[in-house]
Design a protein around this ligand. Sequence first.
Ligand SMILES: C[S@@+](CC[C@H](N)C(=O)[O-])C[C@H]1O[C@@H](n2cnc3c(N)ncnc32)[C@H](O)[C@@H]1O
Length: 292
Amino acid sequence: MSKPTPAPQVIEHDGHAVIHGDAIAALEQLVPDKSVDLIFADPPYNIGKNFNGRMDRWPSDEAYMEWCRRWIDLCLAKLKDNGSFYLMTSTQNMPYFDLYVRSKAHILSRIIWSYDSSGVQAKRYYGSLYEPILFGVKDKDNYTFNADAIMVEARTGAKRKLIDYRKPVPTQYNTRKVPGNVWNIPRVRYRMEEYEEHPTQKPTALLERIVLASSNPGDIVLDPFSGTFTTAFVAKSLGRKSIGIEIDEEYMKIGLRRLGIRDEYNGEKLHRKPKTYEQPKESPQHLVLFEP
Ligand SMILES: C[S@@+](CC[C@H](N)C(=O)[O-])C[C@H]1O[C@@H](n2cnc3c(N)ncnc32)[C@H](O)[C@@H]1O
């Protein structure tokens, strides 16, 4: 990553802290140990994305993992003993994450966030249409999981009001259930209300499920790689507190705006750029067909 790294700076308002700086430095310097209830970490994946001029590419898998191990250790240190974490990375790097994390904490679910795409992903192999998420806890006997808050319609049986005759007393299938570990949630597209200018913005629907299940109102939710601050935005809308860290100033400004912390930064008005179809049309040039 070529751009200079700013020393971490905090802008805080009403239980929400936006930190502009490097995740490792910010976690080390600004976040007390065992102070956070929930962490959602969606780092650069080492797949060559361009985050506003910072390239998402490490010299080797090992160099990437060495960096990841540092922030994963810090995240675990910052988590309360009953805290939970969700970690994302690319499909190819997730096996390294899995091996490392399960030597330090308890992995409870290996979630697949799956989505469709109208574009052609690949022609000579199977295109990638999912991203893996590890869900883990520090103490598998003491953690928050609000099952009732995230129930979904059970598809099999229930819809047709089938009876499950395998039960000791035949019973109708449940109509509601805790979601399984394959989550079909559309990616954020340009025409969606929540769209921001960022190459890997995560959908609010994904974070809503995570925040509802694994935290309670008033809890502290931390995202060390905030991007467009989806996590903090959702945390705020659900009455949680948030800490969001982001190294890029442009993305950090999205956070300030999305969280309603500032409408101006260093003299610049913070507003979402209008979509192409929202821009006021120029007044039509009337063709003068006939000279009067
Ligand atoms: C995969 S994106 C996160 C997207 C985010 N979940 C969202 O919904 O918008 C990773 C983010 O990490 C930021 N980043 C990269 N290196 C960083 C570092 N060392 N410290 C903090 N943020 C970093 C990038 O600028 C990028 O916005």
